[in-house]
Design a protein around this ligand. Sequence first.
Ligand SMILES: Nc1ncnc2c1ncn2[C@@H]1O[C@H](COP(=O)(O)OP(=O)(O)OP(=O)(O)O)[C@@H](O)[C@H]1O
Ligand SMILES: [Mg+2]
Length: 224
Amino acid sequence: MSLLKVENLHSYYGKAEILRNVNIVVEEGEAVAVLGPNGAGKTTLLKSICGLVETRGKIWFDGKDISRLKPHERIKLGIAISPEGRRLFSDMTVEDNLLIAANSDKLEFVYDLFPNLRQKKGQLAKNLSGGEQQMVAIARALMLEPKLLLLDEPSMGLAPIIVETIAEAIEKARKELNLSILLVEQNTQMAFDVADRAYIIANGEVVKEGEIESIEEIERDYFR
Ligand SMILES: Nc1ncnc2c1ncn2[C@@H]1O[C@H](COP(=O)(O)OP(=O)(O)OP(=O)(O)O)[C@@H](O)[C@H]1O
Ligand SMILES: [Mg+2]
């Protein structure tokens, strides 16, 4: 049984159909990337999984049909997201951002994962670097101890060295929490660092899927 199975998914904003017949699977313990250009529908896919978009089709999680569940019910089952643009509370401290939806049990775990954040736990989120803000967004999702972590363009706007640091932390969290990951990216480096398998979407449809190594070759045709 797959941890996540997105089956014949169609997603809509009003009458506009954004995703068409999308099929995506994440096995337990697997890290899967979804790659695609601006406007392909990557964020819409993650929002659909979280219950934030109108959909047709089925979304299975842990053997359960979650397609009609409310967002908070999906979170409770073990789905957490680090959203596009990080969405931190900019006038709150790092630590208060981390505690927003969780209790303090996991604080030490995320501080061990991102030692920078331990040093800056009293600092306001708006005064952090872009890389640190991204770390807070991921750490905040991990505080919920999810089974499935959804990451929306975690490498956006970050220098390659920071992307690598974050990729390593994700890898570590994956091992220690037995996490499964669905990672959306436009920049492929993070995907190649983290994912086992990838899908490419364009214009709201899956156009390719395969092992990450095979995607690395295909990717040149789509992104160069
Ligand atoms: N709230 C909304 N209302 C109407 N249309 C929307 C809304 N959000 C996104 N769209 C449209 O849906 C399509 C897919 O957008 P989406 O944000 O999912 O793309 P994306 O692949 O995440 O792009 P990017 O790489 O730029 O983040 C786009 O054409 C976009 O204009
Ligand atoms: Mg997006």
